[in-house]
Design a binder for this molecule. Structure first.
Ligand code: NAX
Length: 328
């Protein structure tokens, strides 16, 4: 049998963890021929709940699941891992300032980055889902100087999928006919979903953008504020759709993106499109050979530039804040 891939999921007892683990174990992430060994990393208070999830995973008798370990120590949970899905994070509590939130998350993603640096497998790939995802990825990468920066990514695939679905509904075409959308910037309300380079059932996305009222008053805010709308309707934040996005991000990273299309991911900028080097920013990306490549050479008009710049300014402010806290 092929050697199992070690996949660590932090926040494994949380709601995204519950929607994610079963799909990983079923083969949805790495394909039907790749066995996986799951590492569930939690805080001590949630280990019992993680044990319950592990019992349910056992009860599925997934043929690809080679084993499950549960840890509350990042060094153990991330030792030898090939894929680290960093989902667990500290949510903003009542009365919590932004700096408190960044500091609390620094206390999580700093040690996890160090554990990855010290003990993960050489081919480790990291996806940060826990918010603020881009800046948490920046913190983790800063604590892993021996791991190539491009192995740290932040999830904007859920935003990308939300945008695909909105466009398909608007154009009255199947979602599979919408290609080359881009989410730029931060996974936050400043993100910019860009249709200008999209292909919608063979028609340029620019045709839809001609309706500027729909573009600016409906499409962009609907995508950017979808998370809040889900909370409002469901009484809980997105979980199954977030887990699905984490599966798709990782699958595309490892197995490649389809020919002629691209997706969106938060990757470490090397200065593309004027985004300051080192920021973890969402770009249009393709993947081949296990590496993301930013799609370069797209023409960015003034409408898009203004929005990309606003989101990048927010990322820069978050980086400056964690810098002044000594977290990067
Ligand atoms: P839950 O509160 O249901 O679960 C979080 C879990 O993380 C808990 O079980 C908790 O014990 C665990 N945890 C906390 N600190 C930990 C640590 N240091 N090590 C290991 N585990 C730890 O949250 P859930 O709904 O699962 O969301 C998880 C994160 O995803 C949140 O930060 C959330 O904001 C973020 N999201 C990110 C999205 C994205 O697109 N990037 C979308 C969905 C989601 O909002």
């Amino acid at each position: 049998m092929t050697t199992p891939v070690n996949v660590t999921v932090t926040g494994a007892a949380g709601q995204i963890g519950y929607a994610l683990l079963f799909r990983i174990a079923s083969g949805a992430m790495l394909g039907p021929d790749t066995p996986v060994r799951l590492r569930l990393l939690e805080i001590p208070q949630a280990v019992r709940a993680a044990e319950g999830t592990a019992m349910e995973l056992d009860d599925c008798a997934f043929p690809l699941l080679a084993g499950i370990d549960i840890h509350d120590d990042p060094a153990q949970g991330l030792a030898g891992t090939n894929i680290a899905l960093l989902v667990g994070a500290r949510p903003r509590g009542p009365g919590m300032e932004r700096a408190d939130l960044l500091e609390a998350n620094g206390g999580i993603f700093g040690p996890q980055g160090k554990a990855i640096n010290d003990g993960a497998a050489d081919d480790v790939r990291v996806l940060v889902v826990g918010n603020p995802a881009n800046t948490n990825a920046l913190i983790a990468a800063a604590h892993a100087p021996d791991v190539p920066a491009e192995r740290f990514t932040a999830m904007t695939r859920l935003d990308h999928n939300r945008a695909l679905s909105q466009v398909a509904a608007r154009a009255g075409v199947p979602v599979a006919d919408v290609r080359r959308l881009t989410i730029w910037g931060n996974h936050s309300a400043t993100q910019y979903p860009d249709l200008f380079h999209a292909d919608v059932a063979g028609t340029p996305g620019g045709t839809l953008t001609a309706d500027t009222a729909w573009l600016t008053d409906e499409f962009i805010p609907t995508v950017a504020k979808r998370g809040a709308a889900i909370i409002d309707a469901r009484g809980a934040s997105s979980a199954a759709s977030a887990a699905n996005a984490a599966i798709e991000h990782t699958r595309d990273w490892v197995l490649g993106t389809p020919e002629g299309d691209w997706t969106s991911a938060g990757v470490v900028s090397t200065g593309e499109y004027g985004v300051p080097e080192g920021l973890v920013c969402s770009f249009p990306v393709t993947s081949s050979g296990g590496d993301w490549q930013v799609v370069e050479g797209l023409e960015i008009d003034a409408f898009s530039r203004e929005r990309i710049d606003a989101s990048v300014a927010e990322l820069t402010a978050e980086r400056d804040a964690v810098r002044s806290l000594g977290l990067v």
